[in-house]
Design a protein around this ligand. Structure first.
Ligand code: FES
Length: 107
């Protein structure tokens, strides 16, 4: 079972906004888009821009620096889905947004 942790309050992430949170030293971008919440790695694998600063349209965030595009639902690079960044389960409990950063085999 993934372990969920509260990372934001619902009121802190209005519709069509994004925030960066840090969990175990990992930067995760949380998006509120089209009525749903999504969480993917914040750091763009190209040159390290913050994807939370990107432009979101139709479930895809466009990196603010060089326009690589990633799907919010699974972290796949929209132009070459074999490349993926981390994607994490998000849920809302009461007024809290909770994130699960899954344990890996490395613990
Ligand atoms: S840093 Fe994201 S596309 Fe270059």
């Amino acid at each position: 079972m993934p372990e969920y942790r509260t990372v934001l309050k619902v009121k802190d992430l209005p519709e069509e906004s994004a925030r960066v949170v840090e969990v175990d030293g990992k930067l995760v971008a949380i998006f509120h888009h089209a009525g749903k919440y999504f969480a993917i790695d914040d750091t763009c694998p190209h040159m390290g821009a913050s994807l939370a600063e990107g432009y979101v349209e139709e479930g895809i965030v466009t990196c603010p620096w060089h326009a690589w595009r990633f799907r919010l639902e699974d972290g796949a690079w929209a132009d070459n889905p074999r490349l993926k960044i981390g994607c994490y389960p998000v849920r809302v409990v009461g007024d809290e947004i909770q994130l699960a950063v899954e344990c890996t085999e490395n613990g």
